[in-house]
Unconditional design. Sequence first.
Length: 329
Amino acid sequence: MQIELSLSTDYVSHWGLWEALRELYQNAMDEELWEIRHDSESLRIITKGGQLARESLLLGASTKSGDSGKRGQYGEGYKLALLVLCRLGHAVTIRTGGEVWTPRLVDSETFGARVLAIDIQPDDVKTDGVTICVEGVTEEQFLECETNLCMDFGVLSDPGQVGRIYVGSLYVCTMPDFKRGYSFKVGEIELDRDRQMVKQLDLSWATSKLWANEEQDESAIGLMEEEAPDTQYISHLAYSHSPAVKHLDRTFPVDVVPVSTQEEIQEAVAAGVKYRLVPRTIRELLGKIRSIRIPTGHKTPIQRLEKLKKQLSGELAEELADIIKELKS
């Protein structure tokens, strides 16, 4: 039996070997028991307990749709992987449910174009699970793909991981502005359909959440001092008992007021207090454990009114400006 899929051969033309294997890896990792073997130029991806139904060959068909705990969500991954592998010249066989599936590219009379087709034959060997064999994968290619797997989660301190983002143990992209690498569990951050993009705002929020609870408090402070995107939103996510906040409480002088803007510097000078210029995030974290209010006792009434004016708008601000002008005349 042969089943033709309505997939043009140049679909996802930007995908290479890693993108194809990534899709197969993620499907395997969604099972409880899985392993990856490489021998000579043969790569085997083996899972226990599950089967591939013919229904899964339908584009969009997926038993994992809507399950945020699964890596594969869109029901396209392994079909696209087979297409790309065939396009790259790799022979592929799939053993599942007492059948052997062999994907290949054929000239379709139905579609009048070259498409992906799956030849299905009975299998003499019964397997409890799914075994996918990809031929023609060299040792060098296999090891290169292995570098795109990370089984650790959280902040990655290895200098070789700087800027590299993993989700569900699989490499997604490199974010050059970030100072550390990060590995997230499935569902902790949203990816695009290609698993190759993450929004920087979402990433900064997720990394800030990690650093808010990270025991490497000095590293967190260093990132804030650099104003790195890694800790951009940490002040929204940290608590008074967070390691970074406790570190600041121990090390930042109690007789020094943290300031982050030119206006705050001017207020500190006018009040005659010691101050230190720090990034906004550090000032906000200190504000969770101590008063960082700049004394206003040394301000003149006009100075206090001028500060109030900046907090107003419209007619009220205009009216207060007129009052200040009259007082100065």
